[in-house]
Design a protein around this ligand. Sequence first.
Ligand SMILES: Cc1cc2nc3c(=O)[nH]c(=O)nc-3n(C[C@H](O)[C@H](O)[C@H](O)COP(=O)(O)OP(=O)(O)OC[C@H]3O[C@@H](n4cnc5c(N)ncnc54)[C@H](O)[C@@H]3O)c2cc1C
Length: 378
Amino acid sequence: MDFQFDDEQRLWHDTVHRFMDQEVGREYTRAHDASREFPEEVFQKMAAQGWLGILIPEEQGGMNADAILYAIFCEAIGKYSLDTAACIMTSMFTANNISRHGTPEQKRTYLAAFLAGRAKFSISISEPQAGSDAAAVKTTARLEGGEWVLNGNKVWCSGAHLPGATITVLARTGTERYDGLSLILVPNTAKGLSIKKMNTIVRKSFGTTEFFMDNVRVPKGNLLGEVGKGWHYINEHLEYERLSIAASQVGNARVALDDTIRYTKDRKQFGRALASFQVLKHRMAENECELEAARLLVYSAASKIARGERAVKEVSMAKVFASEVLFKIAFNGMQALGGYAQLPEYDMERYFREAKHGMVGGGSNEIQRGIIAKEMGL
Ligand SMILES: Cc1cc2nc3c(=O)[nH]c(=O)nc-3n(C[C@H](O)[C@H](O)[C@H](O)COP(=O)(O)OP(=O)(O)OC[C@H]3O[C@@H](n4cnc5c(N)ncnc54)[C@H](O)[C@@H]3O)c2cc1C
């Protein structure tokens, strides 16, 4: 295995990191966390660069990048905030579904608008009784007079309230546990849909919502792909989703650890820099080892996907490990920054909040460990 980026990967790495430093930066990120506003300027700038279509084939207007280039991208966009990364990445999953399974009409309308920055997607799987047991979805969609009629209560749907958002709703169209689920595209302006923002301590700029559907009607053509294939389509992008989460956690962990190193070098107590105390030095050294291991797991999983191999175990290992390393680094950062860690302007409290959510979102770490064990034949 080659542990170095090649020239193309290095150039892409430098380009996206420079973009994040010059066009986004920590002040912008912090302000949007505080105001709970979507980072629209970043989304628009990424659209203008053509980066929203990173995984979309070139003939459909995308970049057709492989999983390694994608991981490099996600590592960079997560560097100041996992929330910002989620704002960019979430829509991409539905876009990929439409790219693979959408009708020509859906590609013309939804995909083109998304790539141009005029449309966003949110994904709605979770319900009050369907969390980790995601296939326990109760929301129904039935065909009536050439339209889908949807009824149900969805929770934790990030970005459903945003202007121009279309919600990709996982709904029950049959009784079979997995084959009875379909994906329906529901514009967030549809009649009968009521959306309420949830007061979460994470994803504050993206915004997470609960919504109710009371006889919401959408055209028959809003079915994504085939009836009964919804669960399979969602699972198709789970490898990429888990890879993207793990990569963005590695990016954020690097910044959190660098912030801790910088602070402990500058801050003096007892006439010495905090970084000169062995207990702090060793803690940071241990975190450096763990962060490097997490990064290698991410790029090992990405390389496997890029080679066209199945990487279910590898992406789950990367996600479990990266999320727990980020949490440890942010936790130690909170301790190392002392009282100042409690101030938003030091950013660590934001890393810490988002890191905790990272152990649950995208399939909790218990569920990931279950997947790894199953892949091990246990
Ligand atoms: C801020 C935020 C944004 C989100 N965005 C979205 C979104 O955009 N779209 C969407 O569909 N969902 C979204 N979610 C939902 C998220 O995917 C779920 O929270 C997650 O799947 C866990 O479900 P739950 O919260 O119901 O926890 P539960 O499933 O109730 O789990 C609670 C605890 O029990 C553990 N547990 C559950 N089952 C098992 C088991 N079999 N073995 C061992 N342990 C188990 C879990 O690991 C967890 O620790 C979001 C959640 C949050 C908080």
